[in-house]
Design a protein around this ligand. Structure first.
Ligand code: GTP
Ligand code: GTP
Ligand code: MG
Ligand code: MG
Lengths: 293, 280
């Protein structure tokens, strides 16, 4: 793990006498390697190393009796800060129904996550969610969300795959208002950030129902492409928050840093399993530990 | 993009960056860069175009050199059984739909098995693909034992004189021991019904996956002896470079690539095109 590597490096450095600025570079090399192996984007690694170097060159590290602890501390603090510091609440402060739209690439976990979010809002936040299946392309996508809604005993719009997603969302919003539901949760089809037509569809849905939150759902095992995805979705549509899925695996989750850096919006939740209760707030310090190993 | 450049440190650094950003990974990148640096011409006057060509050759060699020859000629047994597995959301069900259509268009009798009895609307999804490809699907109610569906699928394949049997399984993270055990049980059921089957065990891998792809391949290879890989979603901006380490370390070849969501979007893997696309 990165922590193990750093401890070895500092042991070796101490063997060579006192820690100096030039051999802090050895430790920074370990960090670079560790972050790249953890799937942090190359450009994000560079700016991260600059920030760490600036802090690590201070007396606290160089004159410390346990410089590796100080150095690891600096790296950890910098990771936590980059990831947003403390956990953040999902902002729901707008006139009901609060419209929340989930977007992202194919297979990232949007449909499952939407149901998890609905369950969370109902149980933890005492809200009355209304679910909208707006994926008319994937076979049985509408059916998938309907089954999950039924499992949660929540209302779900009876989407017709022959109608456009924009129309589905407009009609669903009217339905939600009639039922006095205070949150409208929209599931969209997975799409590539480079698919002009499908990205335009998201902009059209946004214009039609004016979402208070557009949450980018990203697979935590994503590699270097995370930056392209985040820039694409935020650039073409605007993202107000991020949800990371499949954190119950053993991927290091470096994509979280890349996405947070590029989008600059909070990572709000973590998907930690396939069941609908496998959902929790995103904790920056936990992901920092995961990356440090 | 590396046309008309000097064979200098700056160009070498940029090559290294491209490899990292293609998810080739640090270890495989270092190996490839070492190979490249050893081939630097003495007078250093060559153009970057040659440097790029040498790097691409090194990558194709790394891909081809590590592949172990297939044990059986495709479709040399009947039914020819292919088991699909992989982590959640990578494209297993969609890939089965595409391959089913290809075999049907080749005049083969194809049968699908809805072995994902866990996820909401999983068998409905495979059913829709079956209709699209014009082939039958064996399925049970949601929550059924996946081994039971697979058993029924094997029986149906024999009684209906099927040429190709494609078996879908639920997505599962390689870290979940009980789910890996479930896969092992499914393989035993298949082998018991037809010695030698499954003839192919394909790990479906998402091209957007980073270095965790190598760990997925290691665990699935060790527990279910995968014979090949399908690399999906190469129509995006991700390059799928992790398969270079996978092929090098485990010798498992990539058989197909997924390049879209439609039925015709499945192509056989070609190392040279893959490496060329990596640098585009
Ligand atoms: N292990 C694990 N699996 C997850 C998690 N979130 C979603 N999944 C699984 O990931 C797979 C894909 O989930 P979906 O909800 O269908 O993904 P999607 O983004 O809606 O897919 P498309 O609509 O095709 O783009 C399913 O097998 C889910 O059960 C998670 O946090 N952990
Ligand atoms: N762009 C693109 N999308 C793909 C490709 N292959 C599959 N998909 C999409 O990826 C999403 C997930 O595909 P599935 O076939 O449901 O994946 P799966 O592995 O069966 O998922 P689980 O059964 O939930 O684990 C769907 O939206 C597919 O249309 C591909 O090659 N390119
Ligand atoms: Mg979906
Ligand atoms: Mg599936």
């Amino acid at each position: 793990s990165l922590t193990d590597k750093l401890e070895l490096t500092f042991k070796r450095l101490r063997g060579q006498g006192k820690i100096t600025e030039s051999n802090i570079d050895d430790a920074l090399r370990d960090v670079r390697l560790g972050l790249l192996e953890a799937d942090v984007h190359l450009k994000v690694v560079r700016s991260f190393l600059d920030a760490v170097k600036a802090k690590a060159m201070g007396k606290e590290v160089l004159l410390s009796l346990t410089p590796e602890q100080q150095f690891i501390g600096v790296v950890r603090d910098e990771l936590v800060e980059l990831l947003g510091g403390d956990y953040q609440e999902l902002d729901l402060k707008t006139a009901p129904p609060v419209v929340i739209m989930l977007v992202g690439l194919q297979g990232s976990g949007k449909t499952t996550t939407l149901a998890k979010l609905a369950r969370y809002l109902k149980n933890e936040k005492k809200r009355t969610p209304y679910l909208v299946p707006a994926d008319i392309y994937r076979p049985a996508a509408i059916e998938q969300l309907k089954i999950l809604a039924k499992e949660l005993d929540l209302p779900v719009y009876d989407s017709n795959p022959e109608t456009s997603p924009v129309t589905i969302c407009r009609q669903a919003l009217d339905e939600a208002k009639k039922k006095f539901c205070d949150v409208l949760l929209i599931d969209t089809a997975g799409r590539l950030h480079i698919d002009e037509e499908l990205m335009a569809e998201l902009s059209a849905i946004k214009a039609a129902v004016n979402p208070h939150q557009i949450l980018f759902v990203a697979d935590s095992m994503t590699g270097q492409d995370a930056v392209n995805q985040a820039l694409g979705f935020d650039g073409k549509l605007g993202v107000s928050g991020v949800i990371l899925t499949k954190l119950d695996g053993d991927s290091r989750g470096g994509a979280a840093l890349s996405i947070r850096q590029m989008v600059g919006k909070p990572i709000l939740f973590s998907g930690v399993g396939e069941k609908l209760d496998a959902f929790e707030p995103f904790y920056p310090d936990r992901l920092a530990s995961r990356i440090l190993g | 993009i590396f046309q008309n450049r000097q064979w200098d440190e700056k160009s070498l650094d940029e090559m290294e960056e491209s490899l990292i950003m293609a998810d080739v990974g640090v270890k495989a990148t270092d190996k490839l860069m070492q190979t490249l640096r050893r081939q630097k011409p003495a007078d250093g006057e060559d153009l970057g175009q040659e440097m790029s060509a040498k790097l691409q050759t090194a990558m194709v060699d790394m891909l081809r050199g590590s592949v172990t020859a297939p044990k059986l000629a495709p479709l040399s047994a009947r039914p020819w059984v292919i088991l699909f597995l992989g982590v959640n959301g990578v494209g297993k069900t969609t890939t089965i739909g595409k391959l089913a259509a290809q075999h049907r268009n080749d005049g083969k009798k194809v049968l699908l098995v809805a072995g994902d009895t866990f996820r909401a609307a999983a068998s409905e999804q495979l059913d829709a693909w079956g209709k699209r490809a014009g082939v039958d699907v064996v399925k049970h109610k949601a929550g059924a034992d996946p081994s039971a569906v697979v058993f029924d699928g094997m029986q149906a394949a024999k009684s209906r004189n099927v040429d190709v049997l494609l078996i879908d399984t639920a997505g599962r993270l390689h870290t979940k021991v009980h789910l890996i055990e479930e896969l092992k049980k499914i393989r035993r059921v298949i082998a018991r019904e037809q010695p030698g089957a499954p003839h192919e065990t394909l790990l479906v891998l998402d091209a957007t996956t980073g270095q965790n792809g190598l760990q997925q391949a290691r665990v699935f290879k060790e527990s279910t002896d995968i014979s090949g890989i399908v690399l999906t979603k190469l129509d995006g901006t991700a390059k799928g470079g992790v398969i270079i380490s996978i092929q090098e370390e485990l010798g498992v070849p990539v058989q197909y690539i997924g390049v879209g969501e439609d039925v015709e979007d499945l192509q056989p893997f070609d190392a040279e095109s893959f490496v060329q696309a990596l640098f585009e």
